[in-house]
Design a protein. Structure first.
Lengths: 497, 190
């Protein structure tokens, strides 16, 4: 990313006094770095690039720039020996087992700023932020019984976006990252292997990174609303496998078996996702429409999805089943940033799908029945019991069996998914710099679309990641939104087919 | 339908490589079935075992490469395993009498190669030393097997035993903490 003569050129441009300050700054940085020579050089260049940008483009004094980019912000993370490792949480255990070449359970959370991203500031922000989330600074390795996460101490780099969203990350290579920070124009995105965390955990990381980025640019932001202080010690509770700690002691089981679902009819593309579509709605319009129907936003969107799913298939044999992840953090007091979600399934026969108004009572009734704390806890207990029962079976036996079972319990049981991260909040003052957030799920092998939603300020972004070129689903969603009085701005990607 | 494109337009395509891989997998499956059938039909020595072993290696390395832990140490290990496996098949099914002499020599060479790779970057490799430890343990296991089942071991086996023991001792003494952590990580059941 950097040319070798950058440092020479930059140092040559300084006055004698500034040169001495920078040399002291570099010495201070070296004291905080015990990584490879290449990473040490790159990280010092990261800081110098940021200083150069802040002094020459933002016009602040060198003293102020050095203060903002101080090596204190590196903490001891890069200087300490690699000692930590983490077993996977119960939900994460299935992901490496079901992984195939070119297919990896991934998702992406993004933040849209009001101005274009400054790469050198973003890189330094990541250098400072990663230490607060040591659990993310890991790579997946294979044990004899289970996979695990092994800490890596290296420079984690940001990249300009050049690939399809949720394109599989190469985690095989030595010291590779299990997540990616990419930027494109005014967007900062975190693409993450699901083994690390779920949407909630990923959003905390992204918000903290963006807040740090804005602080480097001089914006004063407090560490509130789910934004962590990067110079604070990580909390042990953030790394807890809550499935193990909080699973209720019950012999009841449920939630995992079910019939195959009706799938959309479009041809499966070889490149997945082959298309990303965002429907940007005014959240006030959306909420008032939901209130008009005396329902929740999730139920309203689910009703629209059922109609659009029916529209996108000619099959009538079977039920349309939509998977709705449920964040267990709303039921249990926990600080964990790891996976802590279960899911419920809402299913309706195509013949019963007529209009939004008639669907809503059915959807609400199923949500009330299936997305309860009791049902989710039983599912959690079932998952934990299953994991416990196979823990002493070697991985080379578990892996092929899990791949087959995943085919039965996996995405063939769902026509679609709706993952709603809800309202994203940022500290006061951030709204002047941040336009919106969005959240994209990776596509599945069989179901043609995966949907997700989040709201920031007055924008609700409904995202669809498609594995078929057929546009019936999203066109119908747009049409239905219009009929309900919700204006849609449609953003997205080219067709990568 | 899309009013504004907000993703890069020039996306890298990997269709050709994927198609080649798929074609390769089908070809190797077809070849495997064909050679086993031909071998059984002709009722000659089990040469198809050798072909299957080679196809397995090609599949594992190129057509369905591993998703995790691909580094110099694991790849060296894999190459050694392939060579040793080939020698065992040839020595057991095709020509006898030399395997007991040649195998420990090849194992010794393989151990020394892995040791060089490991100690080239010990601080980095100590956190993923399991392939190296496994190779050492298997080598010692082979020596123990030879000592217990035969009347006397030949000099290549003695050399192998000495090399394995020394390397294991050096590793254990130099990286005892890392060894305990590595074993805890690799064999955890949490």
């Amino acid at each position: 990313m950097y040319s070798q003569d950058f440092r020479t050129r930059y140092l040559a441009s300084l006055s004698n006094e500034d040169f001495d300050r920078i040399q002291a700054f570099i010495r201070d940085y070296r004291c905080h770095l015990c990584v490879s020579k290449k990473d040490t050089r790159l990280m010092i260049d990261d800081a110098l690039r940021a200083v150069e940008y802040l002094t020459q483009t933002e016009g602040i004094t060198l003293e102020e720039a050095l203060e903002r980019t101080s090596a204190r912000n590196l903490g001891g993370f890069y200087a300490h020996e690699v000692l930590s490792w983490y077993p996977l949480d119960d939900a994460a255990k299935i992901y490496p087992l079901s992984m195939k070449f070119g297919r990896m359970p991934m998702f992406r959370v993004s933040c849209y700023l009001k101005e274009n991203v400054v790469p050198q500031i973003l890189q330094l922000a990541l250098d400072f932020t990663i230490k607060r989330f040591p659990y993310f600074a890991t790579v997946v390795r294979k044990g004899f019984f289970w996979h695990y996460l092994d800490s890596v101490k290296r420079r984690f780099s940001v990249q300009r976006e050049t690939e399809r969203p949720c394109h599989p990350i190469r985690i095989a290579a030595l010291g590779s990252q299990s997540f990616k920070i990419v930027f494109f124009q005014n967007r900062i995105s975190l693409e993450i292997f699901h083994v690390l965390t779920d949407g909630t955990g990923a959003m905390v990381f992204l918000k903290t990174l963006v807040a740090q980025y804005l602080r480097l640019l001089g914006v004063k932001l407090k560490c509130t609303d789910g934004v962590f202080d990067v110079n604070e010690l990580p909390n042990d509770g953030e790394q807890e496998n809550e499935f193990k700690r909080l699973s209720p002691k019950t012999s009841r089981s449920g939630g995992f078996m079910g019939r195959s679902a009706l799938q959309m009819s479009g041809r499966l593309s070889k490149n997945i996702p082959c298309k990303i579509v965002h429907l940007v709605w005014d959240s006030n319009q959306l909420v008032s429409t939901a209130h008009r129907y005396n329902t929740t936003v999730t139920a309203l969107v689910l009703a629209m999805m059922f109609i659009s799913n029916k529209f996108a298939t000619e099959e009538r044999n079977g039920a349309i089943q939509i998977q709705v992840p449920v964040n267990m953090r709303k039921y249990y007091e926990t600080q964990t940033l790891r996976n802590f979600s279960m899911y419920c399934s809402i299913d309706i026969q195509p013949d019963d799908i007529k209009d939004v108004e008639s669907l809503l009572p059915v959807i609400i009734s199923q949500l009330r029945e299936r997305a309860t704390e009791e049902e989710m806890s039983i599912m959690m207990a079932t998952a934990h019991r299953l994991v416990k029962s196979v823990k002493v079976i070697p991985l080379f036996i578990k892996q092929p069996v899990a791949s087959v079972i995943y085919g039965y319990l996996g995405d063939s049981r769902f026509s679609n998914t709706l993952s709603n991260l809800g309202v994203i909040s940022m500290p006061e003052g951030a709204q002047d710099y941040i336009d919106s957030f969005d959240f994209i799920l990776g596509t599945c092998e069989i179901s043609r679309a995966s949907c997700s939603m989040c709201t920031y300020n007055t924008k609700t972004v409904f995202s669809i990641s498609k594995s078929t070129p057929d546009a019936s689903f999203e066109e119908k969603m747009c049409e239905l939104a219009g009929q309900l009085g919700i204006d849609s701005e449609v953003l997205g990607s080219l067709l990568y087919d | 339908m899309i009013e504004k494109l907000i993703y890069p337009k020039n996306i890298k395509r990997t269709k050709t490589l994927r198609s080649l891989r798929t074609a390769g997998k089908w070809l190797s499956l077809f070849s495997a079935i064909l050679c086993v059938a031909a071998n059984m039909k002709t009722q000659t020595k089990p040469w198809s075992l050798l072909v299957l072993w080679c196809l397995f290696f090609i599949n594992n390395s190129l057509l369905s490469p591993p998703q995790l832990e691909v580094n110099l140490l694991t790849q060296t290990n894999k190459a050694s395993a392939f060579i040793i496996g080939t020698l065992v098949i040839v020595g057991v099914f095709f020509s006898k009498g030399w395997l007991g002499f040649v195998l420990p020599l090849v194992l010794s060479l393989s151990l020394l190669t892995s040791a060089v790779v490991f100690f080239l970057a010990p601080n980095r490799n100590k956190n993923m030393a399991m392939p190296f430890i496994t190779e050492l343990v298997l080598s010692l296991g082979y020596c123990a097997f030879v000592f217990s089942w035969t009347k006397g071991a030949n000099w290549p086996t003695l050399v192998l035993c000495a090399i394995s023991a020394v390397l294991l001792l050096v590793y254990t003494v130099s990286f005892s903490d890392a060894l305990i952590r590595e074993l805890a990580k690799r064999f955890h059941i949490n």
